[in-house]
Write a protein that binds this ligand. Structure first.
Ligand SMILES: Cc1cc2nc3c(=O)[nH]c(=O)nc-3n(C[C@H](O)[C@H](O)[C@H](O)COP(=O)(O)OP(=O)(O)OC[C@H]3O[C@@H](n4cnc5c(N)ncnc54)[C@H](O)[C@@H]3O)c2cc1C
Length: 284
């Protein structure tokens, strides 16, 4: 099928984009970033936006900047921008390790980090990274700019705190300390598919003990989130099989796993047990 007719707007600046969005959003206008989720949905006529605000010509939004505190990822930075480390240290390595799990190479050259975050698929790897690292989303509209913490941003399956006239201009990921360790694991039946469950583990070591643990789980509940019970099982413990299994068990108990056409809630809970343990075992 072909998409329903629409008008394409091509702003050159953020100011122009939010001005257009303020006019067309009430008439079912949408932002077009990489188009890797929106265009297929339009082709199936599951969405019929009357206007697309194509942000691909706004050069300033292609930047990925390190300001010493955070990595600011602009709205048209592609998934492929993270194939090689975008920043020195553990954060750059973490983003590279995760990027290769997203879809397939051609999709990664077009789809965007911020588009994934705005689209908020429960299984999105970038949403999991944003939730686990407590990212800040920067949204602009004709009404001004606001910053939204990850814990408030993700609200449900493909539902976020963004208003219909807001452009997600950047996602700010806090830099990780030089001694941070991380591990990522996801389960899917075929390479490139969306994860049926995924986990990201990040922590530091002090005097042989785990400190500042972060355990995020995605693809399991309507949106990814940190799991405090799993983090508590790690905090202050020496890393090892027993502790990792205890954290994985705590995560499996804590999640309210979704059921869908692919799997039951019980199976998905089992997957959480597996992906959390594997993320902890394969830490870098
Ligand atoms: C075969 C296939 C496999 C895939 N596998 C995976 C996978 O394993 N993991 C994964 O995470 N993704 C996967 N994807 C999706 C892909 O990563 C998309 O690139 C991503 O979900 C959306 O990014 P985009 O830039 O293409 O956004 P678009 O498709 O352009 O937009 C998606 C939605 O977000 C909105 N939006 C986009 N950018 C902004 C913004 N800056 N501000 C406000 N709203 C905005 C749009 O209006 C639209 O509603 C897959 C896609 C395909 C086709």
């Amino acid at each position: 099928m072909k998409p329903a007719p629409f008008t394409r707007h091509v702003p050159r600046t953020v100011a122009e984009a939010v001005e257009i969005l303020s006019k067309v959003a009430p008439e079912d206008g949408r932002v077009l970033a990489g188009g890797q989720s929106l265009v297929p949905i339009m082709a199936f006529r599951l969405a019929k936006p009357a206007h697309l605000v194509d942000i691909n010509e706004i050069a300033e939004l292609a930047r990925v900047d390190n300001d010493g505190k955070a990595l600011a990822i602009g709205a048209i930075a592609r998934h492929a921008a993270f194939h090689k480390p975008a920043v020195e240290g553990p954060l750059g390595a973490l983003l590279s390790a995760v990027a290769r799990h997203i879809a397939h190479y051609p999709i990664r050259t077009r789809g965007t980090f911020c588009g994934s975050v705005a689209h908020a698929d429960p299984a999105s790897e970038w949403c999991l990274v944003a939730a686990t690292l407590d990212a800040t989303m920067v949204a602009k509209s004709a009404r001004g700019e606001r910053r939204i913490a990850a814990k408030d941003f993700f609200q449900g399956i493909m539902t976020t705190a963004l208003a219909e006239d807001e452009l997600l201009t950047h996602v700010r990921l806090p830099l990780l300390p030089a001694d941070a360790k991380f591990g990522f694991n996801e389960f899917n039946r075929r390479a490139g598919d969306f994860a049926m469950s995924a986990a990201l583990a990040v922590y530091r070591m002090e005097d042989g003990k785990i400190v500042e643990p972060r355990i995020g789980v995605g693809g399991t509940e309507p949106f990814p989130r940190r799991i405090p019970q799993a983090e508590a099982a790690l905090d202050g413990q020496a890393p090892g099989d027993k502790v990792f299994r205890a954290a994985a068990e705590a995560a499996a108990k804590a999640v309210d796993a979704m059921e869908d056409h692919q799997t039951t809630a019980d199976y998905r809970r089992d997957l959480v047990r597996a992906v959390v343990r594997r993320a902890l075992e394969h830490r870098a």
